[in-house]
Design a protein around this ligand. Sequence first.
Ligand code: NAD
Ligand code: 89Y
Length: 343
Amino acid sequence: MAVLKGALIGCGFFAVNQMHGWRDAEGARIVAICDRDPARLRAVGAEFGITRRYTSAEDLFADGGFDFVDIATTVRSHRPLVEMAARNGIPTICQKPIAPTMEDAKAMVAACAAAGVPLMVHENFRWQSPIRAAKAVTDSGAIGEVFWGRVSFRSAYDVYSGQPYLATGKRFIIEDLGIHALDIARCLFGDATSVTARTRRVNPNIVGEDVATMMLDHRGGITSIVDCSYATRLPVEPFPETLLEVDGSKGTLRLSQGYRLSVHSREGTEVTDVEPRLLPWASPPWHNIQESVSLIQQHWIDCLRSGREPDTSGRDNLKTFALVEASYRSAAKGRTVSVEEFL
Ligand code: NAD
Ligand code: 89Y
């Protein structure tokens, strides 16, 4: 089968992981890269041996010669670049958060649908192997009918040095990190209908909120708590582990720090080490996220080949992004907000 050719736009902090993921992917390779910053373009081009380099996305699309595009820029450029890809009929992956506003996100999904091009949001946390192991347990029925859950990410890791823009936006942790935890909650507990959220800023040197707590009502009757913090100093720094608590009618599941998955049921308690593989190019503590990049990118290739809609398609991701918007509105107004207000 012919290898699918890809182009990557945005050669920054996180794109290096995506380039490694593409190098490992079966059935795909990156043939061209683009960044408006020539130094970043040069660095990634040299590291991965890519000679087709562009400082303008218009020029990249005009030259063509690729089957999909991977957009790894920050949020402000997502809509224009996705719409450009749609105009050129090119299947597209877009990094999270899909857009700065719901209106932009809907327009992007509509543009791709009208052009008949697949759109996947790079929402990789649900692809982390510890999360997938937990989902396999809940799907198996081992803990019975789930009635309550918690998705928790609490850390004091310095994310600002690698991603300085995180310190300057009006919105921070829900849009940047909580979005992943909200998506995991949807993946494990089903779509949510309403959100009650509280936010707060602890770090005086940043603009946005660095602590958020959300309570979600899920369609099937499950209640969940999604909580995240970059102001939580713990004896052993857990970054970037997402911890889980799930209670079911027949037992409980806990994904605890150190990648320990514990499943308690009438048959007893089983504790498994679900630490992700350390890929040759990965560097702890990021290896959990890095492995999920490889997995979601392989999923994209498999979907593109089979004509299947990716799990985190643009259409699906609107429901995660609606939870982000609903959380901010709930925190601002101090009331429970219906997700329908945004969909
Ligand atoms: P970054 O600022 O380091 O890199 C972005 C790059 O895009 C820069 O080099 C910039 O010059 C380039 N760029 C911006 N607009 C462009 C345009 N119109 N044309 C060409 N190049 C353009 O940002 P980053 O930290 O790598 O983050 C990129 C995205 O990845 C963000 O949306 C962020 O939220 C996301 N991210 C995702 C994960 C994850 O686990 N999924 C982790 C970290 C970051
Ligand atoms: O940008 C964020 C993400 O998506 O995962 C972790 C991160 O890099 C910092 O919060």
